[in-house]
Structure formats: structure tokens, C-alpha cells
Write a protein that binds this ligand. Structure first.
Ligand code: PLP
Length: 434
């Protein structure tokens, strides 16, 4: 049996309708930006394998560190024990984060990092301490979130995510959330009015700073977001920045929150945290949040943890990735990718009419646009057609419906990036013809 046939017998793939499913491509090797299939074809991984890979696949430095750590200590319970990789990573990470954070709480992935953040924020008020700005809490139980948001697939994370095809089967099980649109010049006053109206009933505001990822790579304005955050902060609402996707340089700064004046009280990280090597989540909080849990009353404990909390191998790969981020001067590389993205975006907007492509946008390494064909929605079939065309040309992309985007690893070469652009443009031309 081929690997595909064996897979067909035993595997259920994520985000994939299993009926009439296309055979998954067996990948046997990764190197730099390239994925190698079993037939020797190579694909430029232009979306960093679901936005995680920063320095390239099978990076030798990260692999070596991982190997050494595996020989030393692969796992230990993290309640009552500690270890060098977990402490060293927290020490390295804290000074890099876009606020004065006090503590790092580890989990396993992006969804758990947002679950932890939401539970921290809700229990902060439940524990009944003074607010972040010194006021006393009343009934702070609501969460404020953006329409179109995506914060993960577990129940809490789904609750604060957009009510979409992803969550449809569970709507009656999701907790109530105050949803507002991302800020525009037209709606900002109304948004602030909504925040003022709910004011002291809102426990926390969770947001993906400047780019909403799985909701369609939607970008919004930093200045307007600052106006909204100012109103939110005025009411002592806990701000949770979900930087699971935007963290570690994706948007051109180390964290997207650096584009904003108003800083989060809690930040969620995963995806690029380990350079895309191991599963790891981080939720960092300020001292004001942390102190609300430091108490003689045992009921005020944060009763949360996972079997693999602070797994030494995962923490080691995160340390190795941070080392590479600093050493390779990644922010300069990212600036170069952003400049190339902008030039390509300019070309697309001048050469193609809005009847072919729309909303060409760039932030850092991320470039996105909509193909003006069919509905603007995730289930638009054009996604798989585009993926197949791109794969045939040696580039891997995975559009969200008719939203085509790239988010390459930082090690992409100029030639590889040009090839990605060419393939994208050829697809646009082909689709415009039909
Ligand atoms: C991917 C993502 C998550 C969920 O992370 P998983 O590791 O897939 O659970 C949460 N928030 C944002 C912004 C993401 O992009």
C-alpha cells in the first residue's frame, strides 16, 4: 500500500471534508522554505505550514538543540518541578514582550493560550481583587471581541471567535460575547459608545492586533485601534492581545502590539514561538493580574494546566528560535520581504481591475487579496483550485475561500519569493480569463 492508501484507512484530517477528499500529499523532507514530496517534487512553503515556520524546515541549529535536550530531560511534571529550558525561555521572552509583563504561563498551542488568557481574566474578577486601575469590580462577566475574529478551536476560544462555518454546529454551547466590528473611521464613535454602554460589565477584550488571521487575513488601522483601546482601558477592562499569528516578526515588528500605544495586560503566543518546530503556547500577564491569584484562600488558585505544560523539548526549541531571530537580524530580513510584498501589491493593483482581484494589502511578511470570483466566504471552491494550480507550479499556498495570501518563512530567498509572486500572478491571469 502507498502512504496515501494507508492514510486513507486510518487518518481523519483537520479542516477537511472527508467525503471525496483529495489524497493528501506525502511529504518526506523539509529544508529551508522547501517541502519535498515522495516523488521528488519540491514546493516552496509560502504559508509557513499554517503560519508556524520562521527559519525554515528542519533547521539544523534547532534540531541539534532539540537532540541534546532529548538526551538530557524530555519531560517532567511542571507542578512542583521546574527546569532550565522553561525558566530560561521565560527570562528571554519577558524583556522582548510589548509591555511590562511579570509572569509566563505555559500551555501547548494557540487555542490553549487563549483559553488560559480568558480564564485568567475572568478569574481575576472572580477572585475579587481591585481592578488593574485600582477600582473595585462589580459584575464583570462579559467578554468583548471582534467580528471575524479567530482565537482557536476549543470551546472558550470558539466562543470569542466569529460565529462562522467553523462554529456553526456549536452555537448553542458557546458563551455570550459582545461582538463589535474592527475599527474604521465610519464606525469608531459607535464602537466607543458600545464599550461605554457595557463598561463595567466587561471583564476582558480579546483581539488579534492589526491582522485578523483565519477570519480572512483582514487588516485594520493602528490609530483607530488605539482610540478603541483607550476607551476600553478607561473602563479597566483587561486587554488580551492574541498574537498567536502576529508574534515573532510576522507583521514587521517583533509583535504587532508594538504598532499600538495602548499595550495589552495579557498576551497569547504560539505558532512561531518555537520557530515552528514543536507545539508550545505562552500566556504572559502583568503583575496586576498575577497578584490577584496570590492569596491565602486556596480557592483563588489558577486551577489550570496540561500534561505537557512547559515541555522541556518545546521550550528548548523556542529558545533556539529566539536565538536565531536575534542572530539572523530577522527584522531586517522581514523589512526586505515587506518591501518586496509592497512592490508586488502595487503591481497587482495597477495591472488588474477590481473585477479580477480586490483589496490587495500588505503588513510585514503577509500579503493578501481577494479573487473576485464567487462569494467572499471560506467555502468558496476556488480555494482548492488555486492550491492545485500553485502546487503544480511548485508553490504551496492554501487560500481562505477566495482570500489568497502568502506568509513565507523568513529564510525565503529573493528568487523563491519572485517565483511565488509569478505563480500568484499567473493564477490571477488564468482566473481572470474564465
Ligand atoms: C492559529 C491561531 C490560534 C489557534 O492556535 P492553534 O495552535 O491552532 O490552536 C489562535 N489565535 C490566532 C490568532 C491564531 O492565528
Amino acid at each position: 500500500m502507498t502512504l496515501q492508501e494507508r492514510d486513507y484507512q486510518v487518518i481523519w484530517h483537520p479542516f477537511t471534508q472527508q467525503k471525496n477528499r483529495q489524497a493528501p500529499v506525502p511529504i518526506v523532507k523539509g529544508k529551508g522554505t522547501l517541502l519535498f514530496d515522495e516523488n521528488g517534487n519540491t514546493y516552496i512553503d509560502a504559508i509557513s505550514s499554517w503560519w508556524v515556520t520562521l527559519h525554515g524546515h528542519a533547521h539544523p541549529y534547532i534540531a541539534e538543540k532539540l537532540y541534546q535536550q532529548a538526551l538530557q530531560l524530555e519531560q517532567v511534571i511542571f507542578a512542583g518541578f521546574t527546569h532550565e529550558p522553561a525558566v530560561a525561555l521565560a527570562e528571554k521572552l519577558l524583556p522582548l514582550l510589548p509591555n511590562q509583563f511579570a509572569k509566563i504561563f505555559y500551555s501547548d498551542n494557540g487555542s490553549t493560550s487563549t483559553e488560559v488568557a480568558l480564564k485568567m481574566a475572568l478569574q481575576f474578577w472572580w477572585n475579587g481583587r481591585s481592578t488593574v486601575d485600582g477600582q473595585r469590580s462589580t459584575e464583570r462577566t462579559k467578554i468583548l471581541a471582534f467580528n471575524n475574529a479567530y482565537h482557536g478551536d476549543t470551546f472558550g476560544a470558539m466562543s470569542v471567535s466569529d460565529r462562522s462555518v467553523f462554529t456553526l454546529a456549536f452555537h448553542d454551547k458557546l458563551f455570550e460575547v459582545v461582538f463589535v466590528d474592527t475599527p474604521t473611521t465610519d464606525n469608531i464613535d459607535a464602537l466607543i459608545a458600545t464599550v461605554n454602554q457595557h463598561n463595567s460589565t466587561i471583564a476582558a477584550f480579546i483581539y488579534e492586533p492589526l491582522v485578523q488571521g483565519a477570519g480572512g487575513i483582514k487588516m485594520y488601522d493602528a490609530t483607530l485601534m488605539d482610540s478603541l483601546l483607550a476607551a476600553v482601558k478607561q473602563h479597566g477592562i483587561i486587554c488580551i492581545a492574541d498574537e498567536v499569528m502576529t508574534g515573532f516578526g510576522r507583521t514587521g515588528k517583533l509583535f504587532a502590539s508594538e504598532y499600538l500605544t495602548h499595550k495589552p495586560d495579557i498576551i497569547c503566543l504560539s505558532k512561531g514561538l518555537t520557530g515552528g518546530t514543536m507545539a508550545l503556547g505562552v500566556t504572559a500577564c502583568t503583575d496586576a493580574i498575577y497578584q490577584a491569584f496570590v492569596n491565602d484562600d486556596k480557592l483563588k488558585t489558577f486551577f489550570h494546566g496540561h500534561s505537557f505544560t512547559a515541555n522541556p523539548l518545546a521550550c528548548t526549541t523556542a529558545l533556539a528560535s529566539l536565538h536565531l531571530l536575534a542572530q539572523n537580524n530577522c527584522l531586517q530580513t522581514i523589512a526586505w520581504i515587506e518591501a518586496a510584498n509592497k512592490a508586488f501589491a502595487e503591481k497587482l493593483t495597477t495591472h488588474y481591475s477590481p473585477l479580477t482581484i480586490k483589496n490587495v494589502r500588505v503588513l510585514g511578511t503577509i500579503l493578501a487579496f481577494e479573487i473576485a470570483s464567487g462569494k467572499d466566504e471560506y467555502l468558496n471552491n476556488i480555494a482548492s483550485i488555486i492550491t492545485q494550480k500553485a502546487m503544480a507550479a511548485g508553490v504551496y499556498i492554501r487560500p481562505l475561500g477566495n482570500t489568497v495570501y502568502i506568509m513565507p518563512p523568513y529564510c525565503i530567498t529573493a528568487d523563491e519569493l519572485q517565483k511565488v509572486y509569478e505563480v500568484l500572478e499567473n493564477i490571477v491571469v488564468e482566473i481572470a480569463k474564465v
